[in-house]
Structures are given as structure tokens and as C-alpha cells.
Ligand binder design. Sequence first.
Ligand SMILES: Cc1cc2nc3c(=O)[nH]c(=O)nc-3n(C[C@H](O)[C@H](O)[C@H](O)COP(=O)(O)O)c2cc1C
Length: 420
Amino acid sequence: MKIRRCAVVFLEPREDVAFELESLLAGGDGLRRERRWLALAPHIGEEVELDGTERELLGQLSPGQWIEADGLDVDLAPALPRLLTEGLVVADSDGDAVRAGWRERDARFREVHWHPLGATLHAFTRWEGVDAVQNSKDSRTETAVEMRQVLGAPPVEAATRTEDDARVALPRIAPNDFDRLLARRATCRNFDPSRLLPFEAFARVMQRVFAAQAEVRVSEDTVFLKKNVPSGGGLHPMECYLVVQHVEGVAPGLYHYHATDHALEPLPFRATDAAGGSEDGREGDEAIPAEPSALRRFVMDMVAQQHWFADAHVVVLLSPRFDRTFWKYRQHAKGYRVVALEGGHLSQTLYLSATEAGLGAFITGAINEKQLERAFGLDPVSQGALAICGFGWRGPVMETAELDPAGEVWAPAAPGMGPA
Ligand SMILES: Cc1cc2nc3c(=O)[nH]c(=O)nc-3n(C[C@H](O)[C@H](O)[C@H](O)COP(=O)(O)O)c2cc1C
């Protein structure tokens, strides 16, 4: 059997700190500090704790060159079975299904051409089952006033580099329609699920934000799309997955949006996905159209329990196909950043398109990526869950705060009394 190290792994000397009464009673600082070595390999996506022998063996193996396992140093050889089982070392041939699975996954990871740091950042910042609302309650940072109390003052709101009189004043230009549109954009946290979104309004927003507007065909298998947003390398890696909840003529459920056909591709929705899923996440009863309350629970899980987004008529998962961008930007230091920036372009275009249509829109980065990957059948090595957006009708009452200090969206004197 020949072996080699997995493509990418970083080792972290982690310190965990916990309260310990004995330490306090003994005159110490009341804290127990423990250090351990963790292997962070992006194709695994879970931390693996290592002992000294395992670290040493891992450090001796090449990620490129296969060697005979029989030739390992006798002191290090005992560490091999666990490293193979955990996926940190791969074998060229082995009947064991777990090891074969890792070999395949490591091979797929190599094909995607991730930059090692980008891959590791992405893999280890994915959430599962996080309740962001409870977290901010627990840390007493739910409101701006609480944040000030708990966190102290933030860095200044606008940076200053010169004295006032050294600044070159720019004229304030009278607003035109575009400025008025920009001014009406505000993150919507109050959707009205009782009002269906017309099919045409839905289709128009999708067309403006996510559809291919034209294409350049280099050869039969190499096509570049033109969209209404810029994209690193013109590769437009971002796929758009939808949870349609309240749209006229569209069955509630999960969809993939086809960017060149401007069409919806229905996907199975399984209640187990909403509940956190089974091992492989693909078991359970399919329901099409999906049961609305199960779908809403799934959306709540998607947005880490931010209930103010759960009633959006359309919820959009921005899901990059990293392999498309990294086809050009191979192991590129800027590759991951370029993909993430594209999420911002799409989100702003969505906000403005929705605003122009009299709708509200939002984006959130507080998402449970692992549940999303399972529910939409995404391979985390090559595809991701980057952010969630949504759009729909604003409700008549501001139950959750929106940032509208100039009263562009809500009547200025009476927040909570409904849109202006
Ligand atoms: C990348 C990104 C992530 C965001 N995540 C959240 C979020 O998790 N929850 C939320 O309520 N708003 C979220 N927002 C919205 C911001 O809170 C909002 O843009 C900000 O308060 C300014 O308000 P405005 O968009 O109405 O101007 C996010 C915005 C961006 C750009």
C-alpha cells in the first residue's frame, strides 16, 4: 500500500480556557488552560486532534509523492491507521470504505485548485445549528445601546486623515431619480407573508439580478456570461438557490435558478433537512409542494433563527461554484476574496431591484452552511454557501428595527406605524 499526506493541512496549537473553582480557591486566576494540537484540513472540514507521533508522521509525508507504507520508521508507523481513518493521510489502494472515501475527497479537493488558506478559512467558518439570536441575547449585544454598554465605544464612524481646513470640499449635487432609489434602500426585517408576491414582479427581480443577459461563446465547452453584476475573471461562479414561500403561481419549495434559461428547477425538500438532517442528509419523505410551516422552519435554520427574515417571500442562497473561478485563479491568493466580493455585488443589485419594485430586500452572513449544503445537495469541496438574501413585500408594522433615520421607508415620526 502506498500513502501520501492529504493536499492541505494546517496545525493549530489551540488553548482552551475554562473556569475552575479549585484554581481560584488555591489563589490562582480561576482559569484552567489546556493546550492541544489540532489538524485543520479543509477537505475534512472538522478539527482532528493529534498526538506527538501523529504530528511527526504527518510532517514527514509528502502531499505529492506516494511512498510505501511498509517503509515507515518503526516509531512512527503505529500512528498511520488513525491518520488514514481521519483522512489526513490517504492510501492509493485500500478496500476500507472510509479510506476510499477520503482518497476520493482529497482527489476532488485537488481538482478544485483552492488556495490553501482560502480553503481552510472557508471550511472552518461554516456553521451548523447556530442560533445567532440567542447568542446575541446571551452576550447582551442585541441592541445598539447594549452593544455600547458591553463592548465600549466602536472605532470612529468616519475616518479623518487631515485637519478640517485641509479638506477639498465637494459640491452636494441635487438628487435625481437614481439618488431617490438609493435613498429608499433599507434592509427589510418586516415581511408580510399574507400578501402574495406577483409572479411577474418575482420574475423581473430574478431576471435583473441573476439572469445571464448575453454570452460569449469561445468554443462549445467554454462560455462566458454577461450579467448585470461584475465578476472576477468574468466567470460568474455564483449559483442561486431559492426557497420560494409566497409567490403567486409558484409552488412553495426549493429551487435552483437556471441563469441562461431564466427558469426554476424544482428540487426535493425533505423535512429531515429542515430538522438538521440524517447522516447523509438525503433521506426522508419528499414533499412537493413543501409544507409551508416545515419550509419556514427550514428558513429559520438557514438564517440562524433570525425570525425577522423567515417570512421573506423569496429566500436566496448565494452559492459559489469555487471550481469555476479557481479554474482560472489556481491556488490564487485572491481567489476566495474575489468570489466573496461577488456576493456583495449581487446583494446590492438585489436590494436596488427590489426597492425599485416597491419591495424590501435583505442579506445575512449569519447562516448555517452545513445544513444548507445538505438540503441543496452541495459538495462543500467545490461549492459553498456564502450568504443568504431575500425579498418580498414589507409588512405594515415595523416589529423589528430597520435602519431608516431619514424616514425614507417608514413614516419618520412614527416608526412602527407602517411604511410611508
Ligand atoms: C454582508 C452583510 C451581512 C449582514 N448580515 C446581517 C445579519 O446577519 N442580520 C441582519 O439583521 N442584518 C444583516 N445585514 C444587514 C445590515 O445590518 C445592514 O445593512 C446595516 O445595518 C445597514 O442598514 P441598511 O442596509 O438598512 O442601510 C448584513 C449586511 C451585510 C452587507
